[in-house]
Write a protein that binds this ligand. Structure first.
Ligand SMILES: Cc1cc2nc3c(=O)[nH]c(=O)nc-3n(C[C@H](O)[C@H](O)[C@H](O)COP(=O)(O)OP(=O)(O)OC[C@H]3O[C@@H](n4cnc5c(N)ncnc54)[C@H](O)[C@@H]3O)c2cc1C
Length: 226
């Protein structure tokens, strides 16, 4: 019997496991693949966004800003790779300059450091920038990491702290009997007081195993990369 079962060992489930491992509680992570970070965590652009883009006032805007700052602590605490690259938002011509100004205003409202820099300065720092750009906004807090290494560092630390990780365990059924959840995979049933759904794009599938109405839909799309 566990206090918490986390379903999914991507960066989200691993970060939650890490946080919970700081407390006296029994935590089990069930992951359907044969390792941590095998979903979206394994194959993304690795950018720790500054938080300039989310709609001001939303939870996403708030968490993006907090999350970005958190990486400065994680770099030391978990010995993860972190590149403080910063980022440029660029415009080509008048129409894009208007969009750039909107993004700059949004960054200001979100409390994100963002400022226009002269073109000469941008070209000096990034000689490969297109010569057709007309305006540049600098976002100095944008960073880059290796997301799967972050997930691994979270999970390794969690496991050292006592979290149990079970790989190759795809959750197929969830039942609530009185106050206890029974979580069933192809080979076993696990019991817990709480469940945390961190199944990424499969979160809706997991929720539908126990909820009669799932109030959100996941619509993943495959990008066409030329
Ligand atoms: C092309 C691309 C580029 C991106 N670029 C960026 C970027 O630059 N910066 C950024 O911040 N974000 C980026 N993202 C988004 C980012 O990758 C995701 O938000 C993040 O990885 C989600 O992590 P997660 O742990 O929620 O999901 P996942 O990493 O998908 O983890 C979910 C886990 O749940 C497991 N699971 C699913 N179903 C079950 C089940 N039934 N039983 C047990 N386990 C199960 C899966 O195997 C998986 O390991 C990008 C995404 C994509 C696709």
């Amino acid at each position: 019997m566990h206090d918490v079962i986390i379903i999914g060992a991507g960066i989200t489930g691993s970060a939650i496991a890490f946080e919970l491992s700081k407390y006296q509680m029994s935590v089990l992570v069930l992951e359907k693949e044969n390792d941590v970070g095998s979903g979206a965590t394994m194959a993304n652009s690795a950018i720790i966004h500054s938080g300039h883009d989310p709609k001001p006032g939303t939870l996403k805007a708030k968490l993006n800003l907090l999350g970005n700052a958190l990486y400065d602590d994680l770099e030391n605490d978990l010995q993860i790779p972190l590149l403080r690259t910063g980022a440029y938002l660029v415009a080509h011509g008048e129409a894009e300059e208007k969009k750039l100004e909107e993004l700059k205003k949004r960054a200001d409202l979100n409390g994100v450091e963002a400022f226009y820099i002269p073109l000469e300065e941008a070209f000096k720092k990034e000689p490969q920038l297109s010569k057709t750009i007309t305006k540049v906004v600098s976002l100095p807090t944008t960073k880059v990491t290796f997301p799967w290494e972050v997930a691994l560092a979270f999970m390794e630390t969690a496991v050292v702290n006592g979290v149990q990780l079970e790989k190759n365990q795809s959750v197929k059924a969830i039942e609530k009997i009185k106050d206890i959840f029974e979580v069933t995979t192809e080979t076993a049933t696990f019991k817990s007081r709480y469940i945390i759904n961190a199944a990424g794009v499969y979160a809706e599938t997991i929720a539908s195993l126990i909820e009669t109405v799932v109030p959100y839909q996941t619509k993943p799309e495959k990008a066409n990369i030329l």
